[in-house]
Design a protein. Sequence first.
Length: 435
Amino acid sequence: MNESIDALTKKVWPSVVQILVSSFGPQEGPPGSAAIVGRQQSVGSGFVIDDGGYIMTNAHVISGARRIQIVLPADNADGTLATALSGKMRLMNAQIVGVTTELDLALLKVEGLKLPALPMATYSLVRQGEMVFAFGSPNGLRNSLTHGLVSAVARQVSPDSPQIFVQTDAPINPGNSGGPLVNIRGEVVGVNTFIMSQSGGNEGLGFAVPSATVRTVFRQLRQYGHLRKQEVGMSLQTITPTMAAALKLSRDNGVIVSDVWPGGPAEAAGLAVGDILASVDGQAAENLPTVVYNFRLRDTLDNVQLVVVRGEAQLSISVKPVEQRSEFDSVSSISDPTKNLVSELGIIGVEIDADLAASASGLRDPYGIIVVARAASGTTDVPVMPRDIIRSVNNRRITTLAGLRDSVRSLAPGTPVTLQIQREGRLMFVSFVYE
């Protein structure tokens, strides 16, 4: 067993990094004093998911980040005394490729990173009782390793939540977030995400985002910068015993179609209100969270294969899904990576003109710069993401790319900057220090 774990550490450690995040946040002042906002430092973990320099971590690790740096593993990292006592700390700047706060995952990119990627485990083969190992930097302690078992292969913390986790008793503490939970073969079973604890420390209840979710999120964040959601035009509810008795259903549990959206793909395919869902793409539809979870993992536009029970009959229905797109997703097609580059902020932006304002119903006001992509040219790590709309810089309204460039270029290094942005329909401020 020692030899197996020794081989495991030599395989995994070269791909695990510590993540250092600088941000702004509230700080405690003297009693009765006004609120103080100051710089904060936080620590998390991550791992190389693709040898092109892509690193997976948790969204909450880099939340509000002004600057993100990774601490590279030591040369020939193998968990031995020699590497453990190495005082070298090599830092590299990381850029945000994409974030999904809903699934608490974030993808980073480090230019010029030459570290091996960890393979992903096949989630359907993960078993309860399987030995797993948590790699990371708990409480900032670099290169820490703990081990335990898979306590549950699929745990829903809330019965109404579609999110599913791998539960483990491997000791996980703050700072492990974003690090890999791997099996004895060095395959990533999940991304360590949170713990249930009354004390704030490990109590044997750790949770990781499963490898199947991580694999899908990685592909989509790398390609699009955000998750692409599919829709078939139906609403679902959990069948309760009371509902089953009142509606004289053939079963008192499972999932029922509560609505078929007019003009949607499900209506066109023949789905009806009151149909009981038996399976989706061959997966049993036993409960609503599992159905939503499996549907979220779809990474193909092939027809969704539904099996439903209608009265005494069982029907097979094939539905063509449609992609839920943001009003601003198509904006990237009209941008020029050279002309639309704002190098000082490391973004590619598009001005909101009269035509865009008329076609976009979600705009608060008919002006601003839509962020269509991040670029590696920025000297300052700016906490904006694709589809954000920059409205102002330090209270100066921004209506053109030239105006945005002028506002930034007029700043001296070390100047505090606050952008007002619109994100997912809501206004918010993001702050950083211009460098």
